[in-house]
Design a binder for this molecule. Structure first.
Ligand code: PHE
Length: 339
């Protein structure tokens, strides 16, 4: 009996020493000390021994069990610590390694210009409206006092999809959509894409961007238009920028003007950018035509308003010294300059 117990202790100790993982050690413990384990098996057979042998055998089995348990515990502690160390080693972070520098993008010059213009008008209490790029003839022309046979249609060679539907040739279509929905006082800007049948070259593009502005209220005059554009010019092109109005013609405004600002490069002295004139044309504007107000259900004897439209691309081009092609090609080497 004693011999058998000693064999089990020796065998189990060898198993303990050979186990290299917690899992192997657990299996080994089950094999020797578990419910159906080798040592437990001896206890079960105690009844076959006689009265004298039984207590001695029981004592030996218990001693063997507690000895083995101590060995198991020690080995468990050792293996657990080893596993932890292995894990720590594998997850070690080397804080001295140079990190990957993340490249931070930048706004496209067109978006930068649009945001700067928007933030000025928002600060002056304007709302920003969006309008569809696919328009009906009514919003793009008819309601803007440009009937079918009007020669002004030829000023804008448009992309018609059907007889009645076209890619909008001007954001002015948004004036009508706004006035139909919102009753005065109205103070809005509406930026977006516009389309005209031009080939892409340094100064033209079949797709370009405009920002429309519209203010309608009681007692609005040309002075209000001039005032807000003067403030805009100073905010956008810098302190000291002057503006001038030149008489012009748009069917939907009366009177109409074209607005120039002093060249931001030479401040009016004349240079290559302003072609020696000292001035740069930036937008078209005027007082909203009575007929247009009437068509939108606004009484022109009670309300007056002004509208303006500027070419975003033109302004981005003037500010960056680039051309239409560069602006739309999206060459990353070009865009990187504008961080
Ligand atoms: N829509 C005109 C254009 O594209 C610009 C404009 C807008 C003029 C609003 C007057 C008032 O040329």
């Amino acid at each position: 009996m004693e011999e058998r117990i000693n064999d089990i202790v020796a065998e189990c100790t060898a198993g303990i020493d050979a186990a290299v993982s917690v899992k192997e050690l657990t299996d080994c413990k089950v094999k020797f000390l578990g419910k159906n384990g080798a040592l437990t098996g001896i206890l079960r057979n105690l009844k076959e021994l006689n009265e004298q042998q039984r207590p001695l055998a029981g004592k030996l089995v218990n001693e063997a069990r507690s000895l083995l348990e101590t060995r198991f515990d020690a080995r468990f502690r050792f293996l657990k610590e080893e596993e932890l160390n292995r894990k720590l080693q594998a997850e070690k972070i080397d804080i001295t390694i140079t990190p990957h520098i993340r490249e931070v993008g930048s706004l496209h010059p067109l978006n930068a210009v649009r945001r700067k213009i928007e933030s000025f008008f928002i600060s002056m209490g304007f709302s920003v409206y969006d309008g569809p790029e696919i328009e009906t003839d009514y919003y793009n022309f008819e309601a803007l006092n440009i009937p079918a046979d009007h020669p002004a249609r030829e000023m804008q060679d448009s992309f018609f999809i059907t007889k009645n539907i076209l890619l909008r040739s001007q954001t002015s279509a948004g004036q009508i959509r706004t006035m139909e929905k919102v009753k005065p006082p109205i103070k809005m800007i509406s930026p977006g894409r516009t389309y005209r049948s031009d080939d892409l070259d340094a100064t033209h593009s079949p797709m370009f961007h405009q920002i429309e502005g519209l203010v309608v209220d009681k007692g609005i005059t040309m002075c209000d238009l001039k005032g807000i554009l003067e403030m805009f010019a100073q905010h956008f092109f810098g302190q000291g920028t002057k503006i001038r109005f030149r008489p012009s013609y748009f069917p939907f405004t009366e009177p109409s003007v074209e607005v120039d600002v002093t060249c931001h490069n030479c401040h009016g002295a004349g240079c290559r950018i302003c072609k020696g004139t000292g001035w740069i044309e930036v937008l078209g504007a005027g007082m909203v035509n009575r007929k247009v107000l009437e068509g939108c259900g606004i009484d022109p004897d009670e309300y007056t308003g002004f509208a303006f439209g500027m070419g975003l691309d033109r302004i981005a081009i003037i500010m960056s010294g680039l051309d239409f092609k560069a602006i739309f090609e999206n060459d990353i080497r070009f865009l990187k300059q504008f961080k």
